[in-house]
Design a protein around this ligand. Structure first.
Ligand SMILES: C[S@@+](CC[C@H](N)C(=O)[O-])C[C@H]1O[C@@H](n2cnc3c(N)ncnc32)[C@H](O)[C@@H]1O
Ligand SMILES: [Zn+2]
Length: 411
């Protein structure tokens, strides 16, 4: 296994600037404890030319590309036919958005901008297959993912492709889908594309992951009886449905038994509940649970009740956390509370956190702050630079205080 050189490293972690799948292939098996990540969502954002790569097909094929192009910043008309050399995929006044090889069916493009959600999911699970190898048997994988409304003006809805159905047909053939007819039309306009669900079903039924929980990250919650809301989701002008204010965080594991320390994230019980537990014990209240117990075992049971009450309660699988804009990045970043909650619960103190789609590096910064080791992968070099600056600014002092050698390697 050849070595990959990090873009930078601290004593606790390393950031690799490269494609998630390629870098993951070079990481040792069973070396990380928890993966916290948010891949590009389907049909939402253009993450730049740097993130484009060839997916599938025959690696030995002399590809013959059919392109979907758009004019680049130099302007011009869109009537010229794209001409291309073997490796050159950006042509004069045209920018290549994606391409299919006419011979082997390989697709060239960005993860997240595939013609169909099914093809996107194929690519995602390919990456998570490698994540599975890298994850320890006791580990957890948390994937934050959200949906898209068909025809909602994103890459696919906004007329990005001139001949949409022919691209979808190619995608269906390439994804080796037995009944490609459904992909010719896709989801009806205004329907959710059900991308998270397609992904989860594939991960569980084809890839053998255990989907332990679907955590709902609520950015804003509606308290109907109080006629109030709490939180700060992105405002929407939509009038024929409720504004979308939450996202999935899927919790996958490799094995039924895995590391999870609920104690670290329990919420303190309300004063009233604590008082009630105290009253019960004081009055030696006997109920069905203590019936038939000896005096000693009743005492022990009451102590357990009291201790349990003081330790707090399971917070549940809906977590309200406000979004926090990050000025350097043009994409959605995690609010630090998300990785903080997940690391506290699912990463041992001497464990390692991995984010293969690091973005602005929020999970990595939080891992460093919590004293966990970390590994980050990000394909876009501009974002790698953002992460580096963020480490210098946000955790520089902390690192100095710990007398760690800092940023010793530059790729
Ligand atoms: C939604 S953002 C992640 C945001 C991150 N959770 C944060 O808090 O900043 C997804 C990131 O995946 C990166 N990306 C896209 N394709 C990739 C690939 N093939 N390999 C690695 N990173 C990729 C994008 O450049 C983008 O920065
Ligand atoms: Zn080919």
């Amino acid at each position: 296994m050849s070595e990959v050189k990090p873009y930078f490293e601290t004593q606790l972690g390393k950031l690799y600037c490269g494609d998630a799948l390629e870098v993951l292939k070079k990481l040792p098996s069973e070396s990380v404890d928890v993966v916290i990540t948010s891949p590009p969502y389907w049909s939402k954002r253009d993450y730049g030319e740097e993130t484009m790569k060839i997916w599938g097909g025959d690696p030995n094929c002399e590809h013959e590309w059919e392109f979907n192009t758009r004019l680049n910043s130099q302007g011009g008309t869109n009537t010229e036919k794209a001409q291309v050399g073997k490796d050159k995929l950006c042509l004069g006044r045209f920018e290549v958005r994606e391409a299919f090889c006419k011979k082997c069916g390989a697709w060239y493009g960005q993860l997240g901008l595939e013609p169909t959600p099914q093809m996107f999911v194929e690519h995602l699970v390919e990456i998570f297959r490698e994540v599975k190898r890298v994850l320890k048997p006791t580990g957890s994988l948390f994937v934050n993912i959200d949906d898209t409304w068909a025809g909602s003006g994103g890459w696919n809805g906004g007329g990005g492709r001139k001949n949409k159905s022919s691209w979808e047909r190619k995608a269906a053939i390439m994804a080796k889908v037995p009944s490609p007819a459904m992909y010719y039309h896709g989801a009806k306009k205004k329907s959710l594309a059900l991308v998270p669900e397609l992904f989860a079903v594939k991960m569980v039924y084809d890839e053998g992951w255990i989907l332990r929980e679907k955590i709902l990250w609520a950015k804003k919650v509606h308290f109907y009886k109080d006629k109030t809301t709490r939180g700060n989701a992105m405002p929407e002008s939509v009038k024929d449905r409720f504004a979308h204010t939450w996202e999935y965080i899927f919790h996958f594991t490799k094995k039924p038994k895995y590391y999870f320390d609920l104690e670290q994230v329990k919420v303190p019980l309300k004063v009233e509940s604590l008082k009630r537990a105290n009253r019960d014990v004081q009055s030696w209240k006997l109920d069905g649970t203590t019936k038939g117990m000896t005096v000693d075992s009743k005492k022990r049971w009451h102590e357990k009740v009291l201790n349990g009450a003081h330790r707090g309660a399971n917070p549940g699988d809906v977590v309200q956390i406000n979004v926090r804009p990050f000025k350097d990045a043009h994409f959605a970043v995690f609010p630090p509370d998300i990785p903080e909650l997940l690391i506290k619960a699912a990463c041992p103190e001497d464990g390692t956190v991995l984010d293969p789609f690091a973005g602005a590096g929020t999970a990595l910064v939080v891992a460093e702050e919590l004293g966990r080791r970390w590994v980050g992968i990000e394909i876009n070099q501009d974002y790698c630079e953002i992460i580096k600056r963020r480490f210098e600014k946000e955790v520089g002092d902390l690192v100095k205080n710990r007398r760690l050698e800092y940023f010793c390697v530059k790729g």
